[in-house]
Design a protein around this ligand. Structure first.
Ligand SMILES: [Zn+2]
Length: 65
């Protein structure tokens, strides 16, 4: 199951699993849509945590300006 109740903001850094820190794999990439969302899965056999990354333009603007 994918936990949509907790959404993470992605940046230009490689995305890592919030549970175990292993670099996650993108299983659904909607970053080119208006939703700007990616679903990631942890490749760690003992973890397999799935989570949603959302691109936050306000957050990004705050960093750039
Ligand atoms: Zn993990």
């Amino acid at each position: 199951m994918i936990n949509f109740s907790e959404t993470f903001i992605y940046s230009d850094q490689p995305t890592t699993c919030p549970e175990c820190g292993v670099r996650s794999e993108i299983i659904v990439d909607l970053s080119h849509t208006k939703d700007q969302t990616q679903v990631h899965k942890c490749p760690n056999e003992k973890c397999k945590f799935e989570f949603v990354m959302q691109y936050d333009s306000d957050f990004d603007n705050g960093l750039l300006l």
